[in-house]
Design a protein around this ligand. Structure first.
Ligand code: ADP
Length: 463
């Protein structure tokens, strides 16, 4: 069921009972009022008849009967009775009355002075009429044709009103709901025009105040985030393919040159060694790209365990030293407590080692003496590792960009090898471990990267 139908139905279900209740109340009050009014008229008739019969000496039963029958206020099927003290009828307005009354009701009238009741559709009123020491019971009974006809008419009007009114309620509810949903329908039409190709489009934010406007604003903000993410992804893919294409092109031209003519064994060997180097760098790049692409995936948490950071640093150093025997590593431990727990973090061994290798590699690569200082310290609930070098440093204007994938500072672009993904990789890995990485650098003097991780807790493998 669509929202328009649902809202119309709800509107109908809320308004119709109120309408029905209102109709029933009008009818009930009118019916009560009719009866009340009719009893008043019966009372007047009963009193007039009793007074004429008992107080006016000139009026006898026969004359009174003629008066009763012909008087204007006479009521349909009217019958008036007067009973004396002994409950003997002393007067009846018609010669052969259609009803009679038992003693109980006469007794009740004497006791309560006035009693009103209905016998089928005929209303009866009995009252005690006192004439000196005598007390007569007068009963007037009649059928309220006029009042009942009026009431029947009213009932017909109300029922027709209810049927027509219900139809109007449905139409009004539908109009009301469609008016309320109109901005949503307009928004829907605008949203359906937005595709991956035109993420720059925005939907109308209306008055920027009501709920629908807020929904439109939130939607536009989401579009903004999506379009930024798309843009970043596009840039990433184009940068990555560029980075992959360059070493491939170099390798291809090397092969072309060597294959141009017959070469000596030594020449082949040199080219193959150079190709091996290129393949290593290529593998490193593709591994890095793979980790970057996967580091946001929660699956990584499955490989988390409690790890000793000092051991990870030594493994990273060993791996790097095997590749670059000319690199120099100096370790120092500041403020390290004696107990082993102060060196434990929850993490993924391979990822952490990759991050540490990158930071050590950068330190050595960008400094003339190819050395890096690695210091380890721990504080309240955290562990800090600092990688310091005395290398070329990072220009102040570029320090804000170095964590962007593929970004390389001006001072390294032409003189140092690299792809510019190492630091963005480090940042992703550190944030995956709920850590923090910061940089401090002075051009010409050196650079220092500080990585901080929360210490491992006793819980499961997650940080
Ligand atoms: P790559 O080392 O492959 O160039 P990274 O992502 O590791 O890429 O680093 C990005 C950039 O940050 C580097 O190109 C360089 O400009 C700068 N950088 C990183 N580490 C250092 C460092 N220790 N000293 C000076 N510059 C650095």
């Amino acid at each position: 069921m669509d929202i328009l139908t649902k809202l119309t139905l709800r509107f109908f279900l809320i308004v119709t009972p109120i309408f029905i209740l209102f109709t029933i109340t009008i009818y009930t009050l009118s019916a009560e009022y009719r009866q009340e009014e009719f009893f008043d008229r019966l009372e007047k008739r009963a009193v007039t008849t009793a007074r004429l019969l008992l107080a006016v000496e000139e009026v006898n039963k026969d004359l009174l009967r003629i008066i009763d029958k012909n008087s204007i206020p006479a009521l349909p099927q009217e019958e008036i009775f007067v009973f004396d003290r002994e409950d003997v009828p002393v007067y009846t307005s018609v010669e052969s009355p259609t009803r009679d009354f038992d003693r109980t009701i006469l007794l009740r009238i004497r006791k309560e002075k006035q009693v009103r009741w209905a016998e089928g559709s005929v209303e009866c009123l009995g009252l005690l009429y006192e004439q000196g020491p005598e007390a007569f019971v007068t009963i007037a009974a009649a059928y309220d044709r006029y009042g009942r006809n009026k009431l029947r008419n009213l009932r017909m009007i109300l029922i027709s009103g209810l049927i027509v009114g219900s139809g109007i309620i449905v139409l009004a509810g539908r109009w009301f709901a469609s008016q309320a949903l109109q901005p949503l329908a307009a928004m829907n039409a605008q949203v359906s025009r937005i595709t991956a190709g035109n993420l720059e489009e925005r939907i109308d934010e209306g008055n920027r105040k009501d709920e629908i406007a807020r929904l439109a604003m939130n939607f536009n903000q989401m579009l903004q985030r999506l379009s930024t993410a798309f843009q970043m992804q596009r840039e990433f893919v184009s940068n990555a393919s560029h980075e992959l294409r360059t070493p491939l092109a170099v390798m291809r031209s090397q092969l072309q040159v060597i294959l141009e003519k017959e070469r000596s064994g030594q020449a082949y060997r040199e080219v193959l060694e150079s190709l091996l180097d290129d393949t290593d760098s290529f593998t490193q790049l593709t591994n890095g790209l793979l980790i970057l692409a996967q580091s946001g995936v929660p699956d990584q948490y499955q490989h988390f365990s409690r790890l000793r950071v000092d051991e990870l640093l030594f493994s990273a150093q060993e791996e790097l030293a095997a590749r670059r025997p000319d690199y120099l590593f100096r370790f120092s431990y500041d403020h390290l407590p004696d107990y082993e727990d102060a060196l434990l973090v929850n993490g993924n061994e391979q990822l952490l080692q990759t991050a540490f290798t990158n930071l050590m590699d950068n330190g050595c690569k960008f400094s003339a003496d190819h050395s890096v200082n690695i210091s380890l310290s721990s504080g309240q609930g955290y562990l800090e590792i600092r990688f310091t070098d005395q290398g070329i440093g990072i220009p102040a204007s570029e320090i804000g960009h170095i964590f962007t994938p593929f970004y390389r500072a001006r001072n390294v672009r032409n003189s140092f090898q690299g792809h510019g993904i190492g630091l963005s990789l480090c940042q992703q890995i550190v944030s995956l471990h709920h850590g923090h990485i910061s940089v401090d650098s002075r051009p010409g003097q050196g650079t220092s990267f500080t990585v901080r991780f929360p210490l491992a807790t006793d819980g499961p493998g997650l940080p």
